[in-house]
Design a binder for this molecule. Structure first.
Ligand code: XLS
Ligand code: NI
Ligand code: NI
Length: 446
């Protein structure tokens, strides 16, 4: 981090650069476990996580819900001129991010730049805002983890963007993505995200699902080729989510998206951006979807948040569950890390959290929760007990007929014939409770 951004106004005057003070500190605005330069498993914490602050939740979302307006007052939103308000918001975003110390940020086109129905005005605004963002990136050293286009809020997208039954809407989606990809190149984004918010449907009676999915694949191929043609070298990411806002979303979960990418030859350029609360909405554990992506070599990036165990919707809460972060980090370390991706806080403070400093406290707690998860996962891996147990569990495939089976050297008849010599087997325990105890011990170890 080079330096803290100070715009025309200071929006967080009581907050200084957030520092590591260790577990004993009383200071709510300090890290207890996240120490950017601490090495774990050969890399610093900063390198492991590549944490990012999300523009939409932290600088746009004043807390409105379907039952009432916002509860937080964002002073950077008080300018009536949309472009000046966008500059104020950029000031707030970079002051916040450079004080917090996430090395990255993420944004949707219309989070940062005023939307407009006229494409020419939309584009003109965006070009101005890109300049401001670039200037702030250069001054602070904060980098762009990914940007994306909002193809779900405007009423024109009520039936989807790439999958809209009206071709004219598809063209507008393409226009926004094209402009956003140009921004990715200009701002040096590591990735570009596609979250198909309304790429799905609610009634099969009025939907040609096959045609819509083919349109989505075509759209992604064209976007990929355009991005490459203008020099975008980053990774394209698809973010699965099973529902909300659509009833059925085409990018349901990691496994569905992987099948789709492979079916359309997109798996060389596209990876997955996995969000904890989206995995749980799909009926999976977060770690499950991470493992599915890792096994396919397509683990791209992470939207760090959590759901609420009693609510069935995307509550986007800040991650705080140490079991979840430990599991996520076990999978991530096992996959060799997050690569060009990062951990983006796609998370919002609760509606009743109305102090501007709550925004800092929430991110700090999330970063600390992941730091504990990383250290614990590394401890479990270096102890080796779990790894040993896992390899022993599959040892019958390491030699002899088991190894021949894996290599495709046995025919089915020979495989079946082996049953005669494999009678009266000792049943090996799966030891789930022993493993759970092991995780607790690793969490509590000093
Ligand atoms: C919404 C999604 C969204 C994407 C970016 O549920 O998580 O925020 O991350 O469009
Ligand atoms: Ni997300
Ligand atoms: Ni979400």
């Amino acid at each position: 981090m080079k330096s803290i951004w100070t715009g025309k106004r200071t929006y967080f005057p009581t907050v200084k650069a957030v520092a590591y003070e260790g577990p004993a500190t009383d200071n709510p605005l300090a890290f207890r476990f996240y120490k950017a330069d601490q090495k774990v498993a050969g890399k610093t914490m900063e390198e492991h996580f590549r944490f990012a602050t999300a523009y939409w939740h932290t600088f746009c979302n004043e807390g409105s819900d379907p039952f009432g307006p916002g509860t937080r007052v964002f002073p950077w939103n008080d300018n009536k001129d949309p472009l000046e308000a966008a500059r104020d918001k950029a000031d707030a975003a970079f002051e916040f991010t450079s004080k917090l110390g996430t090395p990255f940020y993420c944004f949707h086109d219309v989070d940062a730049s005023p939307d407009h129905d006229d494409p020419a005005v939309y584009e003109k605004n965006f070009h101005v805002v890109i300049k401001w963002l670039k200037e702030r990136q250069e001054a602070t050293g904060v980098k762009l983890l990914w940007n994306t286009s909002n193809l779900f809020s405007h009423p024109r997208y009520r039936n989807g963007a790439a999958t809209n039954p009206d071709f004219r809407v598809v063209t507008r989606g393409a226009f926004q993505v094209k402009t956003s990809l140009e921004a990715s190149v200009e701002l040096g984004a590591s990735n570009y995200v596609f979250w198909g918010g309304r790429e799905g449907y609610s009634s099969l009676w009025n939907t040609n699902m096959k045609r819509e999915q083919e349109h989505m694949a075509r759209f992604l191929m064209m976007a990929r080729d355009y991005g490459r043609s203008i020099g975008f070298k980053g990774v394209y990411l698809i973010e699965p989510k099973p529902m909300e806002p659509s009833k059925h979303q085409y990018d349901f979960d990691a496994a569905t998206v992987i099948g789709f990418l492979r079916a359309h030859g997109l798996d060389k350029d596209f990876k997955l951006n996995l969000e904890a609360n989206h995995a749980t909405l799909a009926g999976h554990e977060f770690a499950h979807d991470l493992q599915v992506a890792a096994d396919a070599g397509l683990l791209g990036s992470i939207d760090a948040n959590r759901g609420d165990p009693q609510n069935g919707w995307d509550t986007d809460q800040f991650p705080n569950d140490l079991y979840e972060t430990t599991k996520a980090m076990l999978v991530t370390l096992g996959a060799g890390g997050i690569g060009h991706g990062g951990f983006n806080f796609d998370a919002k403070v609760r509606r009743s959290s109305t102090d501007l400093t709550d925004l800092f406290e929430a991110h700090i707690a999330g970063m600390d929760a992941f730091a504990v998860g990383l250290v614990t996962a590394d401890r479990i891996r270096s102890q080796g007990k779990l790894g040993k147990f896992l390899s022993e569990r599959y040892a019958s495939f390491d030699s002899g007929a088991g190894a021949d089976f894996e290599k495709g050297k046995l025919d089915f008849k020979a495989l079946a014939a082996l049953a005669h010599s494999n009678q009266n087997l000792h049943l090996a325990s799966g030891k789930e409770e022993w493993i759970e105890a092991l995780i607790n011990q690793a969490l509590l170890a000093k």
